[in-house]
Design a protein around this ligand. Structure first.
Ligand code: NOJ
Length: 576
C-alpha cells in the first residue's frame, strides 16, 4: 500500500461554521413500520415519540418522517387527502406536536414529507372536480383532458404511470354529445396530478408550508420534486416514464425535470427563510428550515440545479445509491458528486437505502452487475445475506467518511435485509397490484422494525400484529440483540457517527490517495488539519493497511490486514 498521505484535495474543508443541514445525519422513519404504540399492527406517532431516545443515543441529528397525513393509503400515505391533519392510524395533531416537542428536547430536528405533485383522489379538491364536471373551474386545479378516439374513450396521450399502465384514468365515459374526460396520474390512479400552473395550487402549498413551519418542523422532504411541471401540450413520449432505478435521462421527458419547477422552489425557499431570515443579524445557522429534493433526475448536473443557492438546501444523491460495488465506479460517483455540488455551493448528500428500493444489505448480496431492484420475490435468485451484510457495513463505513450530509434508512443500523420471500398475498404496494404481479414492488424494504429478539412482532408492539410479516432473520438482528455487543452493526454505526462528529469529518476536505485498482483509499482532512484515512477493500484477499492508528473497521482485521469487502478508518499523522 502506498504510504503517501498528502493528496490534492479536490473538495476543500469548510472555512466557516456550517449551518446544521450541511453536515446533518438524517434518519428516515417510515411511520407504518417503526414503532406501534396502540398495537394495531401499523406504526404510529406516539410509537415514534416513545422511541426518540434511541435516535438521540445513536447519534443522528435529525429524523425525516414519511407521510403521516389523512390518506386512504392507496400508496402508503403518499396520497394525501388532508395536508393539515394526521391520519387516525398514525394519531392526532396533538401527537405530532408532542413528537416535535420531544424531538427538539432531545436535540433532534424533524423533517416532514411534503407531497405536492399529486393529492389523493379523496382530497376535497378532487372530489369537487369530479362533481363539477368537464370545463369547470374545479377541474383546472388538476390535469383533466378530453380523451382521444372518436368518443374520447382512449387516453389523451401515451404517458405511462411510474407504477405501470397508462398514466391516465377515465373520469367519465364519452358519449356522442360529450367526449370522455381523463385525469393524469403519474403514479397510482388514487394520486391525481395537480396543475401547478394554477395560482390556487401555488397559494395552497405556501399555506401548507406555513402550517407545518408554525408547528415547529425544521424542514420538508419534497416528494417527486422533479414532476410538478409538465411540458406544454403534454406531448407523447416513447421512452418508459418510470423514474427511479435505471431510469433514462429525465431532462428530455415531458413529465420530468421541466425548467418551470425551479421557480416553485425559489418561492418556497423564501417561505422557509421568513422563519430565520438569512440576512438578519439575528440569523441562527442552527435554526434554518430546509427543503430536500426527491428528484430522480439524470445526469447529476441536472440534480444540482435543485440546490442552487436560492432553491432547495439538499437533494438526495440517488446516483450514489445506485453505484455498483466496484472501486472505480464508487470513486467516480463520489468525485463527481462532490465536484458538482461544489459548483453551486451546496452540501453533497449521501444515501444507501430508503423505502423505495431493496435495502443495501440485500442488493450488495446479489451479483455485482445486477441493477438495484425495488424488491425481490421468493422465486427470484436470493441474495447471499452474509456477503450483503459484510458489504453493507463497508459501504456505510465509506459513506460516513464523506463530507456533507448523510441519510440513513430505519433498520439499516441493524444490518436489516429486505424480506425477500414475502408471501404475495401480503403485498400492499400499488405497483404489485397495478402490474398484475409483474413488478414486485417495495414491500420487502418496509417491514416493521425488530426491537426485541424474543418479543412478539420483535417488540414492534405488544400485540404481535404487523401489517407486513417479518422474516425469520429479524429476531437475531433486533436492537436488544445488538446493543452493547462489540462488533454488532448497531455498535459500528454508533461509533461511525460519534467519530465522524468528533473528527469533524462532515466539514472535511476530501481527496484520493493512490491505491491498487480494487482498493479505495482516501483522506478526509478536517478544518483543523486532522486527517482520517478511509480504505475499502473490494478485492478477494486482505490488503495491508497504511501507517496510522486504526480507529475502526467494518470487519475484524486479519493479522493486521483489511479483509475483502470491508473498510477501515485510520487516524493519519499530518505530513511533516
Ligand atoms: C416517491 C416516494 O418516495 C414513493 O414512495 C411514492 O410512491 C412516490 N414518490 C409517489 O408519491
Amino acid at each position: 500500500m502506498n504510504q503517501r498521505t498528502s493528496p490534492d484535495l479536490f473538495h476543500s474543508p469548510s472555512e466557516t461554521a456550517a449551518p446544521w443541514w450541511r453536515t446533518a445525519v438524517i434518519y428516515q422513519v417510515y411511520p407504518r413500520s417503526w414503532a406501534d404504540f396502540d398495537g394495531d399492527g401499523v406504526g404510529d406517532l406516539p410509537g415514534i415519540t416513545a422511541r426518540l431516545p434511541y435516535l438521540a443515543d445513536l447519534g443522528v441529528d435529525a429524523l425525516w418522517i414519511s407521510p403521516f397525513y389523512v390518506s386512504p393509503m392507496a400508496d402508503a400515505g403518499y396520497d394525501v387527502a388532508d395536508y393539515r391533519d394526521i391520519d387516525p392510524i398514525f394519531g392526532t395533531l396533538a401527537d405530532a406536536d408532542a413528537l416535535l416537542e420531544r424531538a427538539h428536547g432531545l436535540g433532534l430536528k424533524v423533517i416532514v414529507d411534503l407531497v405536492p405533485n399529486h393529492t389523493s383522489r379523496a382530497h376535497p379538491w378532487f372530489q369537487a372536480a369530479l362533481a363539477a364536471g368537464p370545463g369547470s373551474p374545479e377541474r383546472q386545479r388538476y390535469i383533466f383532458r378530453d380523451g382521444s378516439g372518436e368518443l374520447g374513450n382512449e387516453p389523451p396521450n401515451n404517458w405511462e404511470s411510474v407504477f405501470t399502465g397508462s398514466a391516465w384514468t377515465q373520469a367519465e365515459v364519452g358519449t356522442a354529445e360529450r367526449p370522455g374526460q381523463w385525469y393524469l396520474n403519474l403514479f397510482d390512479s388514487g394520486q391525481p396530478d395537480l396543475n401547478w400552473d394554477h395560482p390556487q395550487v401555488r397559494e395552497e402549498f405556501r399555506s401548507i408550508l406555513r402550517f407545518w413551519l408554525d408547528r415547529g418542523v425544521d424542514g420538508f422532504r419534497v416528494d417527486v420534486a422533479h414532476g410538478l411541471i409538465k411540458a406544454e401540450g403534454l406531448p407523447d413520449w416513447d421512452e418508459p416514464a418510470s423514474q427511479g432505478p435505471q431510469a433514462p435521462p429525465t431532462c428530455a421527458a415531458p413529465m420530468w425535470d421541466q425548467d418551470g419547477v425551479h421557480a416553485i422552489y425559489r418561492d418556497w425557499r423564501n417561505v422557509c427563510d421568513e422563519y430565520n431570515p438569512p440576512a438578519s443579524p439575528e440569523h441562527d445557522p442552527n435554526a434554518d428550515r430546509i427543503l430536500v429534493a426527491e428528484a430522480w433526475v439524470e445526469p447529476l448536473e441536472r440534480v444540482v440545479r435543485y440546490v442552487r443557492p436560492d432553491e432547495m438546501h439538499q437533494a438526495f444523491n440517488f446516483h450514489f445509491l445506485q453505484t455498483p460495488w466496484r472501486a472505480a465506479d464508487l470513486r467516480s460517483s463520489i468525485t463527481e458528486s462532490l465536484q458538482l455540488s461544489d459548483t453551486v455551493g451546496a452540501p453533497t448528500t449521501w444515501v444507501l437505502s430508503n423505502h423505495d428500493i431493496a435495502r443495501h444489505a440485500t442488493w450488495l448480496g446479489l451479483p455485482t452487475d445486477l441493477p438495484r431492484p425495488r424488491g425481490l420475490r421468493a422465486q427470484d435468485p436470493q441474495p447471499d445475506e452474509a456477503l450483503g451484510l459484510r458489504r453493507a457495513r463497508a459501504a456505510t463505513t465509506l459513506m460516513l467518511a464523506l463530507p456533507g450530509s448523510a441519510y440513513l434508512y430505519q433498520g439499516e443500523e441493524l444490518g436489516l435485509p429486505d424480506h425477500t420471500t414475502l408471501p404475495d398475498e401480503a403485498r400492499q404496494d400499488p405497483t404489485w397490484h397495478r402490474s398484475g404481479g409483474t413488478e414486485t414492488g417495495r414491500d420487502g424494504c418496509r417491514i416493521p422494525m425488530p426491537w426485541q429478539g424474543q418479543a412478539p412482532a420483535g417488540g414492534f408492539n405488544d400485540t404481535g400484529r404487523t401489517w407486513l410479516p417479518q422474516p425469520d432473520s429479524y429476531p437475531a438482528l433486533a436492537v436488544d440483540q445488538q446493543q452493547g455487543v462489540d462488533g454488532s452493526t448497531l455498535e459500528l454505526y454508533r461509533r461511525l457517527l460519534s467519530m465522524r462528529q468528533e473528527r469533524a469529518m462532515s466539514v472535511g476536505g476530501f481527496g484520493w490517495l493512490p491505491s491498487d485498482e480494487d482498493v479505495l483509499h482516501a483522506l478526509n482532512v478536517a478544518p483543523d488539519g486532522r486527517r482520517t484515512a478511509v480504505i475499502v477493500n473490494f478485492s478477494d484477499s486482505p490488503v495491508a493497511l497504511p501507517e496510522g492508528e486504526v480507529l475502526l473497521s467494518s470487519a475484524e482485521l486479519v493479522q493486521g490486514a483489511l479483509p475483502s469487502d470491508s473498510a477501515a478508518w485510520l487516524a493519519v499523522q499530518n505530513e511533516a
